[in-house]
Design a protein around this ligand. Structure first.
Ligand code: SAH
Length: 379
């Protein structure tokens, strides 16, 4: 049994699944890192079941496994529920989104016939074999990639690891009307960024004419925009990502221009040339990765949005994103608002979006709502 301090109990009762080590009063001798153990207050009254880590500062992560339920059965029950919940999602979708699905540290992404997964906590890591056996029985993936090449594993005392459990790393899968290739072993994250799937289709409906896709990676936005008839230029600093983008364009008979380079420099150069655009997508990496870097992050977001506003023709449209958990929605909108004001543009928010529905967030843990997207039209 894990006993929480009074402060820990208050946090638990507010519904936040993460309890810090400083809010843990005692851990029973029988409890090991990676266990799904009973959590209680100082009076010993059980509160629920949580994943325990003997290394991370986040020592306890609550789960919706019921008191009295066999915990291993509970883990698989939640896995089934997560997969069932995505029954109406396309062939490329996240099947398990960690805490929000009640499976702390477990990420499972499906790319058509392939599956890529991450076990980012001791509890998820210990249940890797059971999880894979369950996925095999239900979904029989032809490719299975383990993408534990992420730093957060160090907090749990777990090494980084990246390997194929089965099949070949390259898979093809439909996204919208396109068929795209993914490299589940070498692609970023688990092979791509599935959280933007629906936003890319929304952007393709929203934008038209001459458009630049900034921080394009392998063309998630740009290819959908080209398929919708836009004249697209994709910019990314990774030549490797742009190569994959061009291969995906060719696979779908699309023509997209690519420019390898730094978006900050490109935006500045285009402004100097007096270039005017109908649409811009800004989907940068997280500039505010920690609370400490939040200010520098804000400045970086402000700069790219300011430059984008200056480049748009009257009636032009901007799709601007942040995936920084440390910048909340209000903060992000404030930064974009300052950029619009400094650029002297009248900016109308047409739609506010977030991660795709297969990336649910937890209402009681606001930081899980990391992806914010604004669709803006300027005068
Ligand atoms: N828009 C993409 C995801 C972008 S991820 C999609 O829809 O899938 C962020 C991308 O930004 C990465 O591909 C990275 O190579 C690129 N990047 C990071 N800093 C950059 C910079 N300063 N200039 C250009 N590209 C950059």
């Amino acid at each position: 049994m894990i006993r929480l301090t009074r402060k820990g109990v208050r946090r638990w009762l507010r519904g936040h699944p993460w309890i810090f080590r400083s809010d843990v009063a005692s851990v029973g001798d029988a409890v090991r890192g990676g266990d799904l153990a009973t959590v209680a207050g100082s009076d010993g009254r059980p509160l629920g079941i949580a994943a325990y880590s003997d290394q991370s500062e986040i020592a306890v992560r609550g789960t919706p496994i019921a008191l009295g339920e066999d915990v291993e059965t509970g883990w698989l029950r939640l896995l089934d529920a997560a997969i069932d919940r995505r029954a109406d999602r396309p062939a490329c979708a996240r099947l398990v989104n960690g805490d929000a699905d009640g499976l702390p540290g477990l990420i499972i992404d499906r790319y058509g016939p392939g599956i890529s997964l991450q076990t980012l906590t001791q509890a998820a890591d210990r249940r890797l074999d059971a999880t894979v056996a369950h996925l095999d029985a239900r979904l029989a993936p032809t490719t299975l990639a383990l993408r534990n090449d992420v730093k957060v594993r160090h907090h749990e005392g777990l090494p980084e690891a990246k390997r194929l459990l089965r099949g070949a790393p390259d898979v093809e899968a439909p996204i919208g009307d396109l068929t795209l290739g993914f490299d589940l072993l070498e692609g970023q994250k688990t092979g791509g960024f599935l959280d933007q799937t629906d936003n890319r289709l929304a952007a393709a409906r929203f934008l038209s004419g001459e458009v630049i896709d900034c921080f394009s990676y392998d063309g998630g936005f740009g290819l959908q925009l080209a398929a919708a008839g836009c004249d697209v230029t994709c910019v990314d600093s990774s030549e490797h990502a742009l190569e994959r983008l061009r291969a995906n364009a060719a696979r779908n008979g699309l023509s997209v221009k690519t420019e390898a380079g730094n978006v900050f420099d490109r935006l500045r150069a285009w402004a100097a040339e007096g270039r005017q655009l109908d649409g811009i997508v800004l989907d940068p990496p997280a500039f505010a990765k920690s609370r400490k870097s939040a200010d520098a992050g804000r400045r970086a977001y402000k700069e790219i949005n300011l430059r984008a506003f200056k480049l748009l023709r009257p009636g032009g449209r901007l799709v601007t994103c942040t995936c920084s958990a440390h910048l909340d929605r209000a903060d992000f909108e404030r930064v974009v608002a300052e950029a619009a004001a400094d650029a002297g543009r009248w900016a109308r928010v047409v739609e506010r979006r977030s991660a795709a529905p297969d990336h649910p967030t937890l209402l009681t843990a606001r930081e899980t709502d990391y992806l914010k997207v604004l669709l803006i039209e300027v005068s």
